[in-house]
Write a protein that binds this ligand. Structure first.
Ligand code: DQA
Length: 149
């Protein structure tokens, strides 16, 4: 099983950025935890981060034909307004899980909207690094369910 974890803009600053919301774990440490969990689940995983919307769109396009079985995405602020990334995600036929470290619903009103919500399998937010790990578990389980359906 091939999983793809996508991190959007500003998320390379985890560890240094707003620790009250995002804690002090770095993105490299998050990616390590994801890799360990994926190995436990018998899956391979690639993690990708960019601050450039077009680069994110192109990585999503690659996932259409590179054998990706499921995507976990924390698109950062793009979540709230990027129809370009939404349209790219909508091309994928595999399950997509949206994750956020913080509880976006307990924050500013602009964070309460996700332009991805109607095209993702589900959303996980508010659990810090565990949001990613729960997202990876949910993605792997969605792939298994699709395979046995
Ligand atoms: C975030 C929440 C977004 O609202 C914010 O713009 C981020 C991080 C999170 O992981 O909690 O950059 O996606």
């Amino acid at each position: 099983m091939k999983l793809l974890v996508l991190h959007g803009l500003n998320l390379n600053m985890f560890g240094k950025r707003d620790p009250a919301q995002y804690g002090t774990t770095t993105l490299a440490e998050i990616d390590d935890a994801i890799a360990r969990l994926a190995a436990d689940l018998g899956a391979s995983v690639q993690c990708f981060q960019t601050n450039f919307e077009g680069a994110m769109v192109e990585r999503i396009h690659q996932a259409v034909s590179d054998g990706t079985d499921a995507v976990v995405i924390n698109a950062g602020a793009w979540t709230h307004y990027s129809y370009g990334i939404r349209d790219a995600l909508a091309i994928l036929s595999c399950p997509i899980v949206e994750v956020h470290m913080s509880n976006v619903h307990a924050r500013e009103p602009f964070r309460h909207t996700s332009v991805f919500s109607s095209i993702v399998r589900g959303q996980i937010c508010g659990f810090g690094v565990d949001s990613y790990l729960l997202g990876v578990r949910a993605a792997a389980s969605a792939v298994q369910q699709n395979r046995s359906a």
